[in-house]
Design a protein around this ligand. Structure first.
Ligand code: PLP
Length: 438
């Protein structure tokens, strides 16, 4: 990360940081929001595709809270619905009517959603999905893919060790994302390279008797947006069926973003269990687990699930409004068209300067990669040189284009991004590229 503070004043954010750090570790509530003592930005407010920091600096936002604000910040209809939802009350330790309304919407829009359960965050949903798969199959182990992110719980906070990748003839060591994750968990899962169905089959053939689930992100939303090759994700589906293993498709980022039916519809596959979260309620905290009836009915037949805040009224009301808008309007087409036009504009700028590049992911959530060939696995992304991206992103943020500073996360588009945002972004992009080349 190389954030510049040359054009902006960050006096108020810096003063706030000095106070915040006395009360909050790193001065923030997520390690990833800390960008350095002098670089950490605090938000005053957001509106549409833009946000403003404490110093009044304005940014076009391509992070959108890591994706959720799909209709833009402070969407008037969604916020009004949320306020009305709140008037029902907050939590009751009882069900409310809107659970059914929103479950029906999810069932209508997503493939493979015979039944739906709500939770609050992506992490919670994936955790619940994994338990459900284990409860249903009576098996404990699972398979994940290198470069995936499925949330903050111990079972999935593991990655292929970048320090152990130089020798491509062998698999890298799999290490936890930081301290506090018990080594014992490592005995429970297999990790295989993304977009490599043969390697998955090797594992399933040998170990399917102990494997409950294959957990897959259809697009690696925390690894430069690397997408599944269509033949790969279809093979994953077929292999799960062949070896009697549950396919969990983690659509926390892709659900209701890459299409009304998420990545499953895009690729023409059906999960056994899937998770959705970010785009469900335009940023209000809610997630859902959906899946095949026989599996989902295990809730109530031995598999525990619940939570004080699950299906709270405000988020449900926001979800109803958000999903209705995504279903009934051209918001997703507007988003995809914007993403396409942005890529075309960037392509022109980079081609003019002879800079090799490629785009990954989907137009609504795409990664920019400075090599002619797009990465297809975590290994070839991690071994690439992304200093050009990091430097360029640092300039862009300083100019008021809030892209992801470290190239892992894709650029997210909302339906509030308009022509003015696009023109401004491309003009600043050109400037940032030239500054990076200097
Ligand atoms: N799954 C995927 C694919 C994600 O991208 C994320 C978050 O980025 C999660 C799960 C965890 O979601 P949350 O941060 O809401 O817990």
């Amino acid at each position: 990360m190389s954030i510049k503070v040359q054009r902006r004043k960050l006096d108020k954010s810096r003063a706030h940081f000095k106070e915040a750090v006395q009360h909050l570790p790193l001065g923030v509530s997520s390690n990833f929001r800390f960008w350095g003592e002098d670089e950490t930005v605090f938000v005053k407010h957001g509106k549409g595709a833009r946000l403003w920091d404490l110093d009044g600096n304005e940014y076009i936002d391509y992070r959108l809270g890591y994706g959720p604000a799909i209709l833009g910040h402070c969407h008037p209809e969604v916020d009004a619905a949320a306020r009305e939802g709140q008037s029902v009350g907050t939590v009751f330790a009882l069900g409310t009517e809107k659970e059914v309304t929103v479950a029906k919407l999810i069932k209508e829009m997503m493939p493979a959603a015979d039944l739906v359960r709500f939770s609050n965050s992506g992490t919670e949903a994936v955790m619940a999905a994994l338990r459900l798969a284990r409860g249903y199959t009576g098996k404990d182990n699972y398979v994940t893919f290198e470069g995936s992110y499925h949330g903050l719980f111990d079972a999935t906070m593991w990655t292929a060790d970048p320090e152990d990748m130089k020798d491509q003839s062998k698999d890298p060591k799999v290490i936890p994302y930081g301290q506090g994750i018990p080594q014992l968990v490592r005995n429970l899962f297999y990790q295989v390279p993304y977009n490599d169905a043969q390697r998955l089959e090797d594992v399933l053939k040998k170990h399917h008797d102990s494997i409950a689930a294959v957990l897959i992100e259809p697009i690696l939303g925390n690894c430069c947006g690397i997408p599944s090759k269509p033949e790969f994700i279809k093979a994953v589906r077929a292999l799960c069926t062949k070896y009697n293993v549950i396919m969990i498709v983690d659509e926390v980022k892709t659900g209701f973003r890459v299409g009304r039916g998420g990545a499953q519809a895009l690729y023409g596959i059906e999960a056994d269990i899937f998770t959705v979260a970010k785009a469900v309620a335009n940023g209000y905290p809610i997630s859902a687990i959906g899946g095949k009836e026989e599996i989902m009915r295990k809730y109530g037949k031995g598999v525990a699930h619940g939570g004080t805040y699950t299906a709270q009224a405000m988020s449900l009301a926001a979800a109803e409004k958000t999903l209705t808008i995504l279903r009934d309007t051209d918001a997703l087409e507007v988003i995809a068209n914007y993403g396409k036009a942005m890529q075309e504009g960037m392509h022109k700028v980079l081609t003019k300067r002879g800079i090799p590049h490629s785009f990954t992911g989907h137009h609504s959530m795409s990664g920019l990669f400075f090599s002619a060939e797009a990465p297809t696995t975590y290994r070839n992304w991690k071994l690439s040189d992304y200093t050009f991206y990091d430097t360029m992103a640092g300039y862009l943020i300083d100019m008021g284009v809030m892209c992801e500073p470290d190239s892992r996360e894709p650029w997210f588009i909302s339906s509030a991004h308009d022509q003015k945002c696009l023109d401004e972004t491309l003009q600043k992009f050109e400037e940032a590229v030239d500054l990076t080349l200097d």
